[in-house]
Ligand binder design. Sequence first.
Ligand code: PHE
Length: 448
Amino acid sequence: MTSQHQQWGSRLTFILAATGSAVGLGNIWKFPYMVGESGGAAFVFVYLICIALIGLPMLVAEWLLGRRGQKNPVDTMRILARGNDRSPAWIVVGISAVLVGAVILSFYSVIGGWSLYYTLQAGAGRFAGVDVAGIELIFDTLLASPSTLTVAHTVFMVTSVAIVARGLKKGIETAVRVLMPALAILILILLSFAMTTGHFGEALRYMFAVDLGQIDGNTVLAAMGQAFFTLSVGAGVMIAYGSYLGPKINLLATARIVILLDTVFALVAGMLIFPIVFANGLEASEGPGLIFITLPVAFAQMTGGTAIGLLFFLLLSFAALTSAISLLEPAVEFLDERTRLGRAWATIVVGSLIWSLGNAALLSFNVWSDPLPIVGLGVFDFLDVLTSQYMLPLNGLLVVIFVGWMLDRHGALKELGLSGRAARVWGILMRVIAPLGVTAVFVAGLVG
Ligand code: PHE
């Protein structure tokens, strides 16, 4: 008999940690530029539907698995497949999820490094009075420098490793208890600033005045992919976080809170970025450079821009950090439980492997920019596309199929506290709508 698995200190800490994982670069960096690229409110509308119909069942499914397994995602899948008389091959889902989390972190940490670098630049007043060409030069110079990128990526990784190595309580819980309230305060300060730019109404119309005619297949697929990424599902993270859950936590109610907070963060990120974009006559459809080029241009021109810029990039760095620690957790939990290394060494080993892969990724911005053979993409883009477009949807699909069709149905419904009509609606969501929706994303990823 093994000793009882660790548990979160309280429901609140679990909510902070799960929200910390969900809220990250996906909300503040990716969401606004995807809204900008996909034409505004139509994307937001579809995104919200995807979150509710697909995101919610997936999040609950991962927590349910984790809580039942009380182990790392690999052993959780092994134990649950055996316990339900299913093929031992289901363990592959656990292995794949753990690997995907690690691979995502390798390139996520590179962008986390950019955030740290921009925090320093903003704090040092480097944007003040600089024109568009000057801001572009700052971005291009960063990307062209392997050494600067490596230092930034290393600092970001070391910080994440230092937190996770200290364990669930001392490391992750302590970090999210400090960082999440700080995140809330920072975003509120920035929002109140955005409301004074005089373009807040324009931004709201841009984000919420839906023209249904603008919705096409691409909008739906982009929105669905974003729903995966932003909720941290498909990467073993929520299974690992779920393994520290006690029996009393109500999964559905908790998932609703985490999803609500994640959505509020994404929408508010849009509400604070677009007014600045419009107030300065900049392009909303700028793409991935939106917050690294467009925003500094605005910070350069506005009064108080240095302080606002510093707060913004600090917000981005904190958000990235609480997601990065969650991305480390599945592999660390696995190594810690399967070997005699101990938590600290397990984290250092996993962190070093991820760090090395991240170094390969960052070289693709400069000295190693030639596309890889066969896949035709640079390392960074390849890792991003491989995980976001293929592996997250595939893992997500298998997880909902496992929970919807392979686990005993009544036990799962009872665990979720559902009966009657609610149970039927839930059954349709988990067994039909979520798998079909995910299949659509996956097929589109394969074809596109
Ligand atoms: N949800 C995080 C974000 O929005 C990214 C992430 C993806 C974290 C997958 C964990 C797992 O930035």
